[in-house]
Ligand binder design. Structure first.
Ligand SMILES: NC(=O)c1ccc[n+]([C@@H]2O[C@H](COP(=O)([O-])OP(=O)(O)OC[C@H]3O[C@@H](n4cnc5c(N)ncnc54)[C@H](OP(=O)(O)O)[C@@H]3O)[C@@H](O)[C@H]2O)c1
Length: 257
């Protein structure tokens, strides 16, 4: 199995393929996350709002893998604006670690950019509670407000991204600002029966899900598919071994037009 390519962030490197954990709960979440780590996943995406940081922490404690070898993301619920530090300390306690690798503002608080919240994330980073900081579900104008207010761009914007969402200008706008794009709901938002996808899958003896994830990687979009099933954990990770041709990528791009 190829190990995941990485992107450089200000506070470290992020493996481009990670495991999503929204709606993974209870023992099933513990089994999925520890199983994923044993298969070779080194990037986990959780959030205070998912209510499963404890399960993610438990999974990490069960496997014989160094904490430093795992990239851990969690997120601040927008309604926790004003109690940011307390929230990250609770996340760290649940996860059983003294820092995360990436802390995101989950949604723009009250639908606004909220530079005062961004300032608190910068403080937490300076204190060593998180290595990198970023946002999720932010528009480019909202990101520009954060940059104007503090001089610092988020390291990452985690947004819905799939072939149906493909928007080269949006990817460029992030890149111009030095922001990595992380795509969520990559499979849910995709019609896996689309011809461009099934055709590439047949040529490469791959599954449609693998083609979609390889398409994200071809666009340098970090991708975090969620599953609790061992066979799918393996299937999704094996997307790292799939290289689409430029023509196949272009055909899948066209699904977004
Ligand atoms: N920042 C945000 O606001 C935000 C919002 C949504 C999601 N996220 C993050 O992004 C992660 C991924 O997004 P998501 O969970 O919404 O959607 P997703 O990963 O696109 O899709 C997950 C669904 O696809 C199924 N699945 C997984 N692998 C499959 C495969 N190989 N073939 C067919 N079906 C497969 C899963 O089922 P099984 O589990 O039954 O296998 C599950 O129903 C989340 O878990 C979360 O960490 C962030």
């Amino acid at each position: 199995m190829t190990s995941s390519p990485t992107l450089a962030l200000p506070g470290g490197t992020i493996p481009m393929l990670g495991l999503g954990t929204w709606q993974s709960t209870g023992d099933e979440a513990v089994r999925a996350v520890s199983g994923a780590l044993e298969l070779g996943y080194r990037h986990l995406d959780t959030a205070t709002g998912y209510g499963n940081e404890g399960q993610v922490g438990r999974a990490l404690s069960l496997v014989d893998i160094d904490r430093d070898d795992v990239f851990l993301t969690t997120k601040l619920p927008p309604e926790h604006a004003g109690r940011e530090r307390r929230t990250i300390l609770e996340s760290l306690a649940a996860l059983g670690t003294d820092h995360v690798d990436l802390w995101l503002i989950h949604w723009p608080p009250g639908g606004k950019a909220a530079p005062e919240v961004w300032q608190e994330l910068r403080r937490a980073r300076d204190e060593g509670l998180t290595r990198s900081i970023g946002v999720s579900n932010y528009s480019i104008p909202q990101i520009d407000q954060l940059i104007e207010a503090t001089g610092e761009a988020p390291a990452v914007n985690q947004i819905p991204y799939s072939p149906a969402d493909h928007d080269p200008e949006l990817l460029d706008a992030h890149r111009e600002r030095g922001i990595a794009v992380e795509g969520y709901s990559p499979l849910k938002r995709t019609d896996l029966a689309s011809e461009a996808i099934t055709k590439a899958a047949a040529v490469h003896d791959a599954t449609p899900a693998q083609v979609v994830l390889a398409w994200h990687l071809a666009h340098d979009v970090v991708v975090i598919p969620k599953t609790t099933h061992l066979a799918r954990l393996e299937e999704n990770l094996a997307a790292l071994d799939l290289q689409l041709t430029a023509e196949e990528v272009a055909a899948i791009d066209a699904l977004g037009w």
